[in-house]
Design a binder for this molecule. Structure first.
Ligand code: ADP
Ligand code: ADP
Ligand code: MG
Length: 604
């Protein structure tokens, strides 16, 4: 477009990939939420327009106002529209005035409320503060706790009670308006696969719509846009009930995380379109949707451990081929606690749904991320589920995460260590009567693994009570960081990365994080003492221990929350809690001491 972009970066992001992506980069201090610093950075670099992205200030009307006051173009809808849509009640009023059905809402004093209901924050977003209430006796308490949470999160505790639409699908329409009075929609996205009301997989077209329903919902979305004088990009969200009735829920006044699926089927670049419109151009005429696109959000989180976010250094990142990948990942990137856990968006395209679906599953199988736990395996599980395959997923559909058997991955790791180590394992040569062995922890289970070298490349690996015969194929040494094993007649290559006492193993089917444990744990000395500190700025969500309580290495102490994620702080020693230094709800700074633990002697 001939535009020379300037990017902004926070103190911790001076080396981040996005910082290098612009022609210039401007420092804005510790936070991406500081309006004055961002406007000032724009002024200093003579920028004439600001694109707010899809997080942070993207839906902040004060920011849009500040841009206008500074004589810069805010690439988005007018500030008054952002302000009106910032509250879900505002959107509901507009939708109702445009004759579009909205989810029935209730007054808390109402006697004829139909349960279940959903309590939600009017100023909310990201699924926060939502409570499903199944019967009237639970309502008062749900309102109380939702109000507390939303006041904290959004500085505005006003709540909305809606009828809870069971087994609904989330179907949203992308709209675009220009300054010449044209307003169009660019078809729908089905975002029914959600966890805690947050999108996980998105696709277009929706398998739930036929042409007639698509036409009616599209017209409703356009009518809502027109009723508020919408310009630039926006999303009108609906719930589609199993009965076929649809209800408006809210408008998002920004480009969305899932916009690539729309780009793939329409062939339009939506961000370019946003800039065109901000420059006074018109929306495209007669947009068409061809083929099918599906997006999966690859997150740094552990589905098998209640989806706890995970942090660490990316040792290896190999994106899949033949699909679109939107990411800032690369080897060596630190996945910290400051932002949400989205690592990459992987988006496939095919002429029909089945082709796009197969392509996405294949892409996820070949995606390699070593260094943090991800939901890769779980995404594959969802995409392969019968419900998803048949296009029947609704917003409360989510399979229980399947846990794969790790034995062969463990065998791959120990044989890799054995073959790549310059010095042999202790006990290996100097004790011919004992097989080499190490102690490992995989998820929460400790195992002792030993192995015996039988012949050339043949080993017997014992994981706990189970024994596996493994042949190492010599192409191993061809590529560092890989080992090829044959077990039970199957040859498979594993990717391996090591960092301190952790070993990460990737196979197309699963990823395994292995923790090496000391062979003979040293008894803790009486003076040993640990403080658990906060790794991030955040808020104390839950305290799980009390003073005097005995704890074992790995036990959870405190749950913190920052951005949209929770982080569990665990003890790294065995001992007894000496003091708890924070309270629930307290805001903590990075490095702040949370819990003190005194080591106890003679702990196992
Ligand atoms: P969407 O509705 O576009 O799919 P989400 O529901 O995941 O996005 O996002 C909820 C909120 O979090 C939004 O306010 C969005 O702006 C913000 N957000 C989402 N992803 C990111 C990100 N990667 N970085 C910063 N903010 C984000
Ligand atoms: P957010 O601002 O967090 O995106 P939304 O109102 O868009 O809030 O709702 C997010 C998700 O919560 C929806 O996609 C849907 O799964 C669920 N949801 C919201 N309202 C209802 C409702 N009335 N009945 C059933 N599910 C709902
Ligand atoms: Mg929403």
């Amino acid at each position: 477009m001939g535009i020379s972009p300037v990017v902004v970066f926070s103190d911790t992001d001076s080396d981040a990939p996005h910082t290098r992506a612009g022609d210039q980069a401007a420092a804005i201090g510790p936070s991406y939420l500081n309006i004055d610093r961002i406007v000032d950075a724009a002024r200093r670099t003579s920028a004439d327009a600001i694109h707010p992205g899809y997080g942070f200030l993207a839906e902040n009307a004060d920011f849009a106002d500040a841009c206008e006051r500074a004589g810069m173009v805010f690439i988005g809808p007018p500030p008054n529209v952002i302000r009106m849509m910032g509250l879900k009640t505002g959107g509901r009023e507009i939708a109702a005035s445009a004759g579009v059905p909205v989810v029935p809402a209730y007054d808390p004093a109402s006697r004829d409320m139909l349960f279940p209901v959903l309590v939600k924050a009017s100023a909310g977003g990201g699924g926060r503060g939502m409570r499903i209430v199944w019967e009237s006796s639970e309502l008062a308490e749900a309102l109380d706790s939702a109000r507390r949470e939303t006041e904290r999160a959004f500085g505005d505790g006003s709540l909305l009670i809606e009828r809870y639409i069971e087994d609904a699908r989330h179907v949203e329409f992308q709209i675009f308006g220009d300054s010449h009075g044209n307003l169009i929609h660019l078809f729908e996205r089905d975002c029914s696969v959600q966890r805690r009301h947050q999108k996980v997989i998105e696709e277009t077209p929706s398998p739930a719509l036929d042409d007639d329903l698509r036409r009616r919902m599209g017209e409703a979305a356009v009518a809502i846009g027109r009723a508020m004088g919408y310009t630039n990009a926006g999303t009108v969200e609906f719930l589609l009930a199993p009965s076929g009735e649809f209800y408006f829920i809210e408008v998002n006044t920004r480009i969305q995380v899932e916009h690539p699926v729309t780009e793939l089927v329409t062939g339009l670049d939506l961000v370019r379109l946003q800039i065109d419109i901000a420059e006074g151009k018109q929306v495209p005429k007669n947009p068409r949707s061809i083929g099918h696109a599906i997006e999966a959000r690859l997150n740094a989180e552990d589905p098998a451990n209640n989806f706890l976010p995970s942090t660490g250094t990316i040792h290896r990142w190999r994106p899949p081929e033949n699909v679109r990948v939107d990411t800032a990942l690369r080897d060596g990137v630190e996945i910290g606690v400051h932002y949400d856990p989205l690592l990459a968006k992987i988006i496939s395209y095919g002429m029909d749904r089945d082709t796009a679906l197969r392509k996405l599953v294949y892409a996820l199988r070949s995606t390699c991320v070593l260094g943090v736990t991800t939901n890769r395996q779980y995404l594959i599980q969802i995409l392969e589920s019968r419900e998803f395959q048949e296009g029947r997923a609704h917003t409360s559909f989510l399979p229980a995460p399947r846990v794969e058997d790790d034995d062969v991955a463990i065998a791959a790791a120990v044989l890799y260590l054995d073959r790549t180590r310059k010095t042999p394992f202790p006990n290996y040569r100097n004790n011919p009567y004992r097989d080499p062995w190490i102690k490992l922890r995989v998820r929460n289970e400790e195992t002792t693994v030993s192995w015996k070298h039988l012949a050339d490349n043949l080993y017997e690996v014992r994981c706990g009570a189970r024994t596996h015969a493994c042949r190492v194929h010599t192409r191993v040494n061809a590529s560092p960081g890989q080992i090829t094993l044959e077990t039970n007649g199957i040859i498979q290559t594993y990717e391996i990365a090591q960092s301190a006492d952790q070993i990460f193993v990737h196979s197309p089917r699963a990823d395994t994080t292995i923790q090496r444990l000391p062979r003979h744990p040293r008894p803790a000395s009486a003076s040993q003492h640990e403080t658990a500190n906060s790794p991030m700025p955040g808020q104390v969500l839950r305290i799980l221990v009390h003073e005097g309580q005995k704890v074992k290495t790995g036990d959870s102490l405190v749950v913190l929350e920052a951005m949209k994620m929770e982080q569990t702080i665990r003890t790294t020693i065995n001992g007894r809690v000496q003091s708890v230094l924070v309270k629930t709800g307290q805001v903590v700074a990075p490095g702040q001491m949370l819990v003190e633990i005194g080591a106890e002697e003679n702990e196992p």
